[in-house]
Design a binder for this molecule. Structure first.
Ligand code: ATP
Ligand code: MG
Length: 262
């Protein structure tokens, strides 16, 4: 098998990595975690990153989203080279073009749910507070959490909290949403709520790149890529999600994953 570029079939390219490597020099000997990743994500695509624990999924996600600096290689978002931006420019791109959802929400305990969601949008555009509030209220309505907007963050369920994280990630109207194990801390019904929300986000045209261990979540994607020891070893097109074909999609995906030794 070649380690070449696993390109999507069609569409405008929105995110690209070329020969991306990451080595941690804090260890002795240094740990190479990404061995040269060529990845292309097209506009509006939902790409899922899978692979065993320690294979480099989070490192890849952080390196392509500017949360962390790669050791070498290039990352282009909408044609713009991210690796040459300074920290302030990078922070600006993250605030205005990208949204992030993690396994834990990382909300501030002294703010209610809505104010937590609003925070990054206000930081990105302090003068447009009214517009941000209107967007956030509409998002909370859409994702079924409007009724908990005044609640403290310990007064909502894990699924509601993750839907709030998705609202926060979308409040700045990003073109791309990055998610690292967004359902990793949830039970299966809450996980389904969150995946329904992410499927909605994707069907609105937002590009989504998500790391997951869970094949039941991965089937929501258009394409799954597989990492092994910091290398992209395979990629599988799933086509557009449909709930009717969920079981078939999961069976196909599981067979592919088994062949890869997952
Ligand atoms: N700051 C760091 N310094 C040294 N090594 C690190 C650092 N961060 C991650 N690693 C190592 O890099 C490798 C990949 O880590 P990464 O978190 O990307 O894996 P992952 O695929 O996301 O795993 P998981 O499924 O457990 O989340 C691991 O071996 C990890 O120990
Ligand atoms: Mg990880």
């Amino acid at each position: 098998m070649t380690m070449g570029d696993f390109m999507p079939n069609q569409g405008t390219v929105t995110l690209e990595s070329r020969a991306l490597t990451k080595t941690y020099f804090s260890t002795d000997p240094p740990t190479q975690v990404l061995g040269g990743i060529d990845l292309t994500v097209r506009e509006g695509e939902f790409v899922v990153i899978m692979g065993a624990s320690g294979s480099g999924k989070s490192t890849l996600l952080y390196s392509i989203s500017g949360m962390d600096r790669p050791t070498s290689g290039n990352v282009l978002l909408e044609g713009r080279e991210l690796t040459s931006l300074d920290d302030a420019e990078m922070a600006g791109v993250r605030l205005t073009r990208m949204g992030f959802v993690f396994q834990q929400a990382h909300f501030l305990s002294n703010l209610d749910v809505r104010d937590n969601i609003l925070l990054p949008a206000l930081k990105a555009a302090p003068k447009e507070k009214d517009a941000a509030i209107a967007r956030v209220d509409a998002l909370m309505e859409r994702f079924g959490i409007a009724h908990v907007k005044d609640h403290g963050i310990t007064q909502v369920s894990g699924g509601q909290l993750q839907r709030a994280s998705i609202c926060r990630a979308l409040a700045g109207e990003p073109s791309i949403l990055f998610a690292d194990e967004p359902t990793g801390a949830l039970n299966s019904s809450m996980s389904e709520e969150v995946m329904n929300a992410l499927t909605d986000v994707h069907s609105d045209g937002t590009t989504v790149v998500m790391v997951t261990h869970d094949p039941g979540c991965a089937v929501r994607g258009d394409r799954v890529i597989y990492l092994r020891d910091g290398l992209l070893v395979d990629s599988r097109e799933l086509g557009t999600w449909s709930a009717e074909q969920a079981t078939q999609r999961e069976d196909d995906l599981l067979a592919w994953l088994r062949d890869l030794g997952f």
